[in-house]
Design a protein around this ligand. Structure first.
Ligand code: DQA
Length: 143
């Protein structure tokens, strides 16, 4: 069982970025939490971040045959990312959309996700624990 975690733009700034929305936890802290949870399931983890949509597309394309499930926090590209949606559809690796914040309780432009219709499911609003829950969800998706 191998899970690919992909993080989109500005998530490298977690810890200093809008702490009232995203908390004080850093992306490195979240990666540690994910690795602990994955170890309990004996699952392998790759954990990556890019500010560039094309890089995320390339990683999704390359996941075929290497990863069982993709967990994607596409950040702002969630709401604009046609190329990400097309990559998920094209590659066919089951994908779970996640967010730290409850995007539905925020500005209206965050209510729409272009990628949710091609994902297995969505986890949003549990802060860093959205990522931990996504490990369990990935196990369920693979089973
Ligand atoms: C986010 C929510 C997005 O709307 C926003 O653009 C982000 C982070 C989240 O994890 O809550 O950058 O994906």
């Amino acid at each position: 069982m191998n899970i690919l975690f992909l993080n989109g733009p500005n998530l490298n700034l977690l810890g200093q970025r809008e702490p009232s929305v995203y908390g004080h936890v850093t992306l490195a802290d979240i990666e540690t939490m994910v690795r602990e949870r994955a170890a309990a399931h004996k699952a392998g983890i790759d954990f990556r971040q890019s500010n560039i949509e094309g890089q995320l597309v390339t990683w999704i394309q390359d996941a075929k045959g290497k990863f069982d499930v993709i967990v994607l926090n596409a950040a702002a590209y969630t709401h604009t990312g046609v190329a990400l949606r097309d990559a998920i559809s094209a590659v066919g690796v089951p994908t779970i959309e996640i967010h730290l914040s409850n995007v539905h309780a925020r500005e209206e432009f965050r209510h729409n996700s272009l990628i949710a219709p091609v994902c297995k499911g969505v986890i949003a609003g549990f802060g860093a624990n959205s990522y931990v829950l996504a490990v369990d969800a990935a196990i369920i998706v693979k089973a």
